[in-house]
Design a protein around this ligand. Sequence first.
Ligand code: ADP
Ligand code: MG
Ligand code: MG
Length: 250
Amino acid sequence: MHTLEIIDLHASIQGVEILKGVNLTWKTGEIHAVMGLNGAGKSTLAAVLMGNPRYEVTKGDILWDGESILDWEVDERSRKGLFLAMQYPSEIPGVTTADFLRAALNARQPEGKSISVMKFLKKLDEKLAILDMKEEMAERYLNEGFSGGEKKRNEILQMLMLDPTFAILDEIDSGLDVDALKVVAKGVNAMRSPEFGALLVTHYRRLLDYIEPDVVHIMLDGKIIQTGGMELVDQLERDGYSTWKEEDEA
Ligand code: ADP
Ligand code: MG
Ligand code: MG
């Protein structure tokens, strides 16, 4: 089992404080949902967890099994087993999805070793099948000209191939029709194991009907203001964010 502990995390971008003391304990075997209004700081939290250098951590810590990872670069965090599916995946012309995945997998092999082409293709076929993706998708340039839904599927393909310990999925459900949503959920549910943890950032309950979270967090104005279970999602659906906003202002 592994633990990722976020302790009183404060982070700024261009001198503006966005995260104002986030606390969250995340263990493998658990799926967490982080819900909150636009601008609450969800994508910022995702970016800071991944080590995006545009953000400055001004206070607090992120501990991986008790060890601070704040000094680790993005690629070190990635090789350690942290994965981020971005809200807006970028297009990388000239690099196919397959090339990208092979390079990423090879970077995870012991020094001087690489994954065999046969083994790689077998794994790729297996994962493409889970996601109902055509083989030729992997031969296209990464995200270039992909539809919104294809980009999201492609993020999940990367997750399945890289087999991370902790995966952050930032609004993986946005812009998906129900069929695509089900496919994405199938991919995430296929990863469920005592060795894997997911953090689903979402606005909507819909995703959580297909991927049932163990823990639900409500984020408002740069902080997690409540942690609980699915009852929080029900409360949110019933009353919106108003209850929490009033508490926050009081
Ligand atoms: P969410 O993902 O919850 O919608 P974000 O993490 O994307 O929220 O954004 C949190 C807040 O950070 C927003 O209010 C946004 O306007 C602000 N923000 C993002 N980038 C910058 C920036 N470069 N300078 C100042 N504020 C920013
Ligand atoms: Mg947003
Ligand atoms: Mg966001």
